[in-house]
Design a binder for this molecule. Structure first.
Ligand SMILES: Cc1cc2nc3c(=O)[nH]c(=O)nc-3n(C[C@H](O)[C@H](O)[C@H](O)COP(=O)(O)O)c2cc1C
Length: 184
């Protein structure tokens, strides 16, 4: 049931990922789910770059090198993690947003539509037993140096994915009642 799936969805990180590859057909199914996100004025602003094989390693090298280059006080643990995360994943999907040239909508609406597409992927991953999470390091502002981004296209993060082992660490939420105002 969708309600259970929503509650079951978790951020699952690369240290738990196994070597089991994610089939292309599975990735296509997950992306198809993304494509059905709601979208104001049907701009469909989500753009995805699917990194598998060697390209994941290349991303790891790029991110760790870039971090060392731009951070005045780079930490070894973070350099390693930036390299490790893409390398350990079965696939990495770069989450991008394509601004419509006419800019007929405020940017936040386009970002919101992309986020809804990501949630669709995340829920699909939950159902398929694939661990995943959205990573949004500050380094995403340099992604035009790694990808061939179009005019008006922006990288909003990475969706790391992998079949996983071990327990899923429970998450919690504060009560919804604290965030809702009923008006009648
Ligand atoms: C837009 C967005 C960006 C996120 N960026 C990061 C991130 O950079 N690093 C990280 O560890 N988790 C990131 N997360 C995942 C959250 O940390 C995670 O969703 C939160 O801790 C709740 O855990 P859950 O997903 O298991 O419910 C991000 C989530 C969202 C929605």
């Amino acid at each position: 049931m969708i309600f259970d799936l929503i509650k079951e969805r978790r951020s699952i990180f690369p240290p738990q990922y196994t070597d089991k590859p994610i089939a292309k057909e599975t990735l296509e199914k997950i992306l198809e789910a993304a494509n059905w996100a709601p979208t104001h004025k049907k701009t469909e602003p989500w753009r995805f770059k699917v990194l598998t094989g060697e390209k994941k390693q290349e991303l790891g090298v790029f991110l760790s090198n870039k971090y060392e280059e731009v951070d005045p006080n780079p930490k070894q643990t973070k350099i390693k993690k930036l390299h490790y995360n893409p390398t350990k994943s079965g696939a990495v999907i770069a989450i991008c947003m394509q601004r419509e040239p006419a800019e007929s909508l405020p940017e936040w609406e386009e970002i919101a539509a992309v986020a809804m597409a990501v949630q669709n992927m995340w829920l699909c991953c939950t159902e398929l037993g694939i661990g995943s999470y959205w990573s949004s390091p500050g380094l995403i502002k340099y992604m035009d140096e790694f990808f061939d981004l179009n005019e008006g296209e922006k990288c909003l993060g990475f969706f790391y994915m992998g079949y996983f082992e071990g327990d899923v660490i429970p998450s919690a939420r504060t009560p919804i009642a604290d965030k809702v105002t009923w008006l009648d």
